[in-house]
Design a binder for this molecule. Structure first.
Ligand code: GLA
Ligand code: ZN
Length: 688
């Protein structure tokens, strides 16, 4: 299956980036147009932080300069992703209307300054945003350069003002109806916290309440919903005047503050800003695989529809502790990595490095030197040239047989938990998800990364590490999936609490107990320097052998129909089950009781993958820093082979004919990849 291009007006890869002409005189814009062509760029994101340039005084608008920029782009065959300017507001507004300035959790109202710090509830802010968005939409709706609306910038944060507090109360009333229901859901009898009037409820604060987990969860849900509501308010005038121009906003990967799955349906295309920490202390494969994981989330948020790499740096960031340069080749590799997972654009922050202020040392296509004779500029042009040869990939997607569940609300609840490991600590949830994911990445097996609300029936293997929270319907979907022949894998700290963070009574893993065939009676939390061992049962079906290290979490469980595949090797619970499998309906459910070493995950998934005959993108055994991913339409596969290491590697493909999409050459086997090398290979799709 394939999708239409983001905007049929330009059905090619969009390549370009955030462009701030309002920081520069017109002669620089003219030079930018010349450089843009040399860099093989075609699309600029404009106006993201231009509110003051567009409305220097309240009600006085100046669009002349933006007309000039838009016209210049069109005259030069380029396009614009046009932003609404709500990411940063003019000083006059903060001074005139203090309510637009956010109030912090300690109930202090912020001064003017910075960005991304507005009250999303404020009627004044909404009114001002509505006016400017309407003017932009009316003026540019038919402009030949306009491809897409870019809503604000990296929505984030929460406000603790009286307006937001009242909006929260309304949100709670809508959700619970009565205070009795709310008190029950939040278990407020604890510490005598029962509310007798809605007005008594305070958003969580270091000055007040922080320990009602149901309240904390609902506040985070409210913050997401309020962001969504604000975003929809921004979208309305854009859709009114330009119904056919798609809208997006730029997400920030696994940023914990917003449950992006709730925002996704309101935009036409998903976009995200990716800033990997290449060449730092983490092994390259670990960072590469973790970034692939996030690309996959972004593809899955619209069911496989291609997404946009809205921002990435052409060289370094300025906000990581160390600004390591991307090694030669890494720029092309990491750009095509996004494409491999479903991106139909490669865009940057930023086109031209600003001369002053906080981002003057952030990477850019055009450096302070101001010309095209730089290493970075050449590498950007190389990406542009590659993308120009990849039109066939546009709209293709990935259809994995494997899914990993990674869920925002689950992460919030796990982080909030006091026990069995430290409070206000994520307890390794994201890290676990990435470690399970890596076992597929390194074998070149595509994976979907989904939240717990998604349909599971299209997968053969579903993995849900630390599925602590089970919202209504989730256990039923998992049960139906296994019953129908699916394979389900989960771990310690699963099936503990419902959507309000109330523990399941009657034995963990709560409503999944029958599916997994185990009852988890206790959880032992190990200190950082403690470990246990896990010993596979002789002759186990997964062919696991030797001894594995267990750390952090060790569940003590009883089997209730499950078969024991491995036991603990040490301590007073030696010989009790550490890994089980339960045949349930037509399928199977595995329970991994402890957080084990990488070798365990390797051997375990090696066994499960072999058992299910899950086919990798290419049959070859891949070196540890190499992956292969694939995007397909009905007839063709586009295979991306990527080497995230400084060493040359060779990869053998299957017998199908392969053609290099970038050079047009027919492939002679084996394929060689140099340091940080990437190949894009077309082959006929395997007919199902
Ligand atoms: C974010 C923002 C950009 C810029 C970059 C720097 O992604 O959206 O405006 O600040 O970070 O990396
Ligand atoms: Zn507010």
């Amino acid at each position: 299956m394939s999708y239409p291009p983001i905007n049929p007006k330009f059905p090619h890869f969009w390549h370009g980036g955030d462009y701030n002409p309002d920081q520069w005189p017109r002669n620089v814009w003219i030079e930018d147009m010349r450089l843009m062509k040399l860099a093989h760029c075609n699309t600029f994101s404009v106006g993201i932080f231009s509110w003051t340039a567009l409305e220097p005084e309240e009600g006085r608008f100046e669009f002349g300069w933006l007309d000039g920029v838009m016209d210049l782009l069109a005259q030069n065959g380029a396009y614009a992703v046009l932003a609404t300017p709500s990411g940063a507001r003019p000083a006059w507004m903060s001074a005139q209307y203090p309510e637009v300035r956010r109030v912090r959790p300690d109930r202090q109202r912020e001064l003017h300054g910075g960005r991304h710090n507005h009250c999303f509830t404020s009627p004044v802010y909404r009114e001002k945003v509505g006016i400017i968005n309407t003017k932009l939409a009316e003026r540019y709706k038919d402009h030949p350069a306009l491809l897409l609306w870019h809503l604000s910038n990296e929505y984030s944060g929460e406000c603790h003002c009286e307006l937001c507090r009242a909006a929260f109360h309304n949100w709670l009333r809508r959700k619970y109806g009565t205070l009795d229901t709310l008190n029950q859901a939040w278990w407020t009898a604890f510490w005598s916290h029962t509310f007798t009037d809605w007005s008594q409820i305070e958003p969580p604060s270091p000055m007040g309440e922080q320990f009602i987990h149901g309240l904390n969860l609902d506040w985070k849900r409210f913050a997401t919903d309020q962001t969504l509501d604000f975003m929809q308010h921004e979208i309305a005038p854009l859709k009114q005047f330009s119904p056919n121009v798609p809208v997006t906003t730029n997400f920030m990967g696994t940023f914990p503050g917003i449950n992006y799955w709730r925002l996704a349906p309101a935009v036409d295309v998903i976009a995200w800003d990716s800033y990997p920490a290449w060449h730092q202390s983490q092994p390259e494969w670990e960072q590469a695989s973790a970034i692939s994981f996030v690309h996959d989330i972004n593809r899955c948020m619209k069911g496989g529809q291609p997404f946009m790499l809205m921002e990435s740096t052409p060289s370094t960031t300025n906000w990581m502790p160390y600004a390591r340069l991307k090694r030669p080749g890494m720029h092309l590799l990491s750009s095509l990595q996004a494409v491999a997972h479903g991106a139909d654009t490669v865009q940057y922050f930023q086109w031209r490095k600003s001369r002053g202020s906080v981002e003057k040392f952030h990477g850019a296509v055009v450096d302070h030197a101001g010309h095209e004779h730089t290493r970075i500029f050449h590498e950007v042009a190389e990406v542009g040239q590659a993308l120009e040869k990849m039109d066939a990939v546009i709209g293709t997607t990935v259809r994995p047989e494997v899914a990993i569940i990674y869920d925002w609300e689950n992460r919030w609840a796990i982080t909030d938990c006091a026990g069995p490991r430290p409070m206000n600590h994520e307890k390794g949830y994201l890290d676990d998800a990435c470690k399970h994911y890596y076992q597929f990445w390194r074998r070149g097996i595509p994976v979907d990364v989904i939240d717990m609300e998604q349909d599971l029936s299209r997968y053969r293997l579903v993995i849900a590490p630390m599925l602590y929270m089970l919202r209504p319907g989730v256990a039923d979907r998992i049960r139906a999936f296994v019953q129908a022949g699916g394979t389900f894998v989960t771990t310690y700290f699963t099936g503990i609490a419902n959507e309000n963070d109330l523990c399941f009574l009657g034995g963990f893993p709560g409503p999944l107990r029958d599916v997994l065939g185990v009852w988890v009676e206790e959880i032992d939390a190990l200190t950082a320097d403690q470990s246990n061992t896990v010993i596979p049962a002789a002759g186990n079906a997964l062919k696991m052998s030797g001894e594995y290290a267990a750390r952090d979490f060790c569940d003590l469980l009883h089997t209730e129909g499950a078969q024991v595949l491995a036991t603990y090797g040490q301590d007073w619970y030696a010989q009790r089950p550490a890994l089980t499998v339960h045949s349930f309906g037509q399928g199977r459910a595995y329970y991994i009781a402890s957080r084990n070493d990488a070798r365990f995950l390797n051997d375990f998934y090696g066994g499960v993958i072999a058992d299910l005959s899950i086919i990798p993108v290419i049959a070859a055994h891949l070196p540890p820093s190499v992956t292969a991913q694939v995007r397909s339409d009905e007839n063709n596969d586009y295979v991306f082979v990527m080497n995230f290491s400084p060493d040359d590697v060779q990869v053998t493909l299957d017998a199908r004919p392969y053609r290099d999409l970038l050079t047009g050459e027919t492939i002679a086997q084996p394929v060689t990849l140099g340091a940080y090398g990437v190949r894009v290979l077309a082959r006929p799709a395997q007919k199902q």
